[in-house]
Design a protein around this ligand. Structure first.
Ligand SMILES: Cc1cc2nc3c(=O)[nH]c(=O)nc-3n(C[C@H](O)[C@H](O)[C@H](O)COP(=O)(O)O)c2cc1C
Ligand SMILES: Nc1ncnc2c1ncn2[C@@H]1O[C@H](COP(=O)(O)OP(=O)(O)O)[C@@H](O)[C@H]1O
Length: 218
């Protein structure tokens, strides 16, 4: 097997297989992966992630803003507008959980830069998947019940479990910094004026046709 140089991390369920009460319930093990060169391994791993992203982004979503867990503004100083389950359920299953950047608008108003998390909020041990958007604008009041439109354009990082709230806030602040830079790039800037954000409500796909498939959840 001299052509096996890749290693895949595999999660094993080891419940009941050990006398040791300290033994974790699951254990990560390394298993060989058959590839001929290191370059192929890197290419395959990178390509599978990239190919998912390039077929799923841009992702256009639209829905009513609903109440979340009431922790965003109070604890973090970063309010996040939550989508209802119907919109979350419409996300393509293959789309990785994590933090995305893009553009967003409320009730067909101005279009702002945004960061959005998709996941289970590991820090809070949530059991329900959520989609939470922070729009980079200071609003005079809450907008529960309003229509939130977003286009997700790029992926920043996976969701993480932090040991303190301070670390979570710092990570989100860094996401905002990254998003601001990315969204100023011409290939992302052009989505700010996409027909999707007009009151007549294009699907967003018109512009995306040149960039590959896109998906909308309403
Ligand atoms: C850009 C961004 C990144 C986030 N990253 C994480 C993360 O890595 N881990 C995590 O547990 N929660 C993360 N969150 C979710 C926050 O924990 C969440 O916004 C907070 O729990 C408020 O929830 P609520 O608005 O439903 O009350 C992120 C949220 C945003 C907007
Ligand atoms: N810049 C903003 N981005 C997102 N939501 C905002 C913003 N400013 C005000 N809000 C309001 O704050 C709400 C989120 O507050 P938050 O404390 O996270 O509560 P919840 O847990 O109910 O989502 C949003 O639903 C929205 O009405």
């Amino acid at each position: 097997m001299d052509d096996v140089i890749g290693v895949a991390m595999v999660m094993d369920d080891v419940r009941g297989s050990s006398e040791d009460p300290e033994e974790p319930i699951v254990r990560w093990t390394c298993q060989p992966m058959r590839v001929t060169t290191y370059a192929t391994f890197v290419k395959l791993a990178g390509r599978s992630f990239h190919s998912v992203m390039s077929t799923k982004l841009p992702h256009f979503a639209e829905g009513e803003v609903v109440k979340g867990f009431g922790r965003g503004s109070k604890e973090l100083g970063i309010p996040t507008a939550n989508y209802p389950e119907s919109v979350v359920d419409n996300l393509p299953k293959e789309m990785p959980l994590g933090v995305y950047y893009g553009w967003g608008s409320v009730d067909d108003g101005e279009v702002y830069k945004m960061v959005l998390s998709v996941g289970w909020n590991l820090y809070y041990k949530n059991t329900k998947k959520s989609m939470e958007t922070y729009l980079m604008h200071t609003f005079n009041e809450d907008f529960y019940g309003s229509k939130l439109k977003v286009v997700m354009l790029g992926y920043i990082r996976p969701m993480k479990d932090f040991s303190s709230l301070d670390e979570l806030v710092k990570a989100i602040e860094n996401d905002i910094y990254v998003a601001k830079q990315k969204l100023d790039q011409p290939e992302n800037l052009k989505y700010k004026t996409n027909n999707f954000f007009s009151p007549s409500g294009g699907k967003g796909n018109e512009e995306a046709e040149t960039n590959g498939p896109s998906h909308i959840s309403r």
